[in-house]
Design a protein around this ligand. Structure first.
Ligand code: ATP
Length: 248
């Protein structure tokens, strides 16, 4: 029997164009309520995996060409972002990509557009949750997003994703390019979001941060899972500490 709210990926293959096999039979599970970290070198396939789950592969001329991804018992086809949102999955894209010319409030509103319950109490509740996590976004509601700092834009990108009321949040390198203090704040926010009941799949170059946050972790290598296990155990393996934690 399927565990409610679990993400279960089996033998997943993703191909770009005709020939680039970016995922070559990946298996991965995110238990309901958990934080899972996805590590690996550039080009390993981490972003590809997130795109398959958020239904955004077609934007990159990619498709699922084998295997299955199921969330809460529902099959995901890799190319339908609205279906993914309605299944409860929302991605924060790499590089933040907030709408720079729009205000903070407009960016947040954009995050709720795919919801069935537009204009209702559910959306007000989501906005209150976002303002609770990031009081700065309430204070700067009317300001253009392009004027925010990098860390603030990352907060807005996360806030916008939360407006879709995800049960599983996909984060693509939230710490990229941020100062250490801001990385700490983002880590704290991820912890809080998870404590509020949202599962998290976290792609990170900052392996130390990711392994500290995660219950479980996977290392991808050229489209395949090379290692996986409880995050604390993985952090102790020679391979992970040498390659990803900078220990010698
Ligand atoms: P990064 O940290 O650099 O984003 P990643 O682990 O997220 O790395 P992906 O971006 O998923 O890796 O890329 C996996 C493989 O798929 C790489 O070989 C990459 O060159 C290739 N790839 C990614 N996007 C496309 C695309 N739109 N068309 C063709 N190949 C692509």
């Amino acid at each position: 029997p399927e565990q409610p709210g679990a993400l279960r990926i089996e033998r997943l293959e993703v191909t770009y164009g005709r020939a680039v096999r970016a995922l070559r039979g990946v298996g991965l599970t995110v238990a309901a309520g958990s934080v899972v970290a996805l590590l690996g070198a550039n080009g390993a396939g981490k972003s590809t995996l997130l795109r398959a789950l958020s239904g955004t592969l077609r934007l990159h001329h990619g498709a699922i060409t084998g295997g299955t991804a199921r969330y809460d018992g529902r099959a995901l086809n890799g190319t339908d972002p609205v279906a993914a949102l309605r299944a409860g999955i929302v991605q924060v894209p790499e590089g933040r990509r907030v709408f720079a010319g729009m205000t903070v409030a407009e960016n947040l509103r954009a995050g709720s557009l795919g919801r069935r319950d537009r204009g209702t109490a559910g959306i007000r509740a989501a906005r209150e949750r976002v303002h609770g996590l990031f009081p700065m976004l309430a204070e700067r509601s009317g300001q253009r997003a392009g004027l925010l700092s990098g860390g603030e834009q990352q907060m807005l990108a996360i806030g916008r994703a939360l407006m879709g009321a995800p049960r599983l949040l996909l984060l693509d390198e939230p710490s990229l390019g941020l100062a250490p203090m801001m990385v700490e704040r983002i880590a704290g926010v991820v912890r809080e979001i998870n404590a509020q009941g949202t599962s998290v799949l976290l792609v990170e170059q900052n392996a130390a941060m990711a392994l500290e946050l995660a219950d479980h972790a996977y290392v991808l290598d050229i489209g395949e899972v090379r290692l996986h296990g409880p995050a604390a155990e993985l952090a102790r393996t020679d391979e992970v500490s040498r390659l990803y934690l900078g220990d010698s």
